[in-house]
Design a binder for this molecule. Structure first.
Ligand code: SF4
Length: 214
């Protein structure tokens, strides 16, 4: 079996509660969404069909126990589900970074989900697959809101409250779009009284916003 792969690389996890940990990234090709602030448009097309065996060989060479499967939208390729299961069978700690519009139902339960909820400024909020929120596990899964402005933050607060996300997920991540003014957002988060985490993308501060493969 194979997957259409954009890139595979070893780096530092830049986001989530796992930020700062060494991590291998398997970045798959393709996404049917078009978030206006998307930072990985280069994954929309191209890529190479790559066998599971070739991917596992690279991961073995890296020797990193943490692997993230990302995209694009990783769950848009049906072969990703057996791939995730095999990663888990091989003993890797597996993170799945998903845009939140494909059902997570078929993801191996040993993998940890980092689930985006799209906010209005993304232009794709209508496509959130809300049943994914019901499947969150409080010991493993995280929810991420990428926010472009304070209106997005208000939307995020509404969803967090309505779905009781601070109790139903391991972390609620508030991730400002890179380059927007941070103090207002940080202050609003601090004043909210919510158990959420400001999520800055470490890799963009280390290597720059446009660097690929890091
Ligand atoms: S879901 Fe992710 S990869 Fe797809 S357009 Fe949105 S930000 Fe980009």
């Amino acid at each position: 079996m194979d997957l259409r792969l954009t890139e595979i690389f070893l780096s530092i996890q830049g986001e989530s509660s796992h930020a700062g940990r060494p991590c291998s990234f398997v970045r798959l090709t393709g996404c049917p969404m078009r978030c206006v602030w998307c930072d990985s448009e280069y994954t929309f097309t191209g890529g190479e069909r790559t066998s599971f065996d070739d991917i596992f060989a690279v991961l073995e060479r890296y020797g990193c126990p943490l692997v993230e499967v990302t995209g694009g939208e990783p769950l848009a390729q049906k072969n990703v589900f057996p791939f995730i299961t095999e990663l888990c069978d091989r003993g890797y700690e597996v993170l799945i970074e998903t845009g939140g519009f494909v059902s997570t139902e078929s993801v191996d339960e040993r993998a940890k989900i980092i689930l985006d909820v799209k906010c209005p400024a993304s232009g794709e909020a209508e496509r959130n697959h809300w049943p994914n929120l019901d499947r969150l596990r409080s010991q493993a899964d995280e929810v991420k809101f990428v926010i472009a402005d304070l209106a997005d933050w208000e939307f995020a607060k509404g969803v967090i409250t309505e779905y009781d996300l601070t109790n139903r997920s391991k972390e609620v991540l508030i991730s400002p779009v890179h380059g927007i003014d941070l103090p207002d957002i940080a202050q609003a988060i601090a004043a909210s009284g919510l158990r959420v985490r400001l999520n800055l993308q470490l890799h963009k501060y280390i290597w720059g916003a446009d660097a690929r493969g890091v």
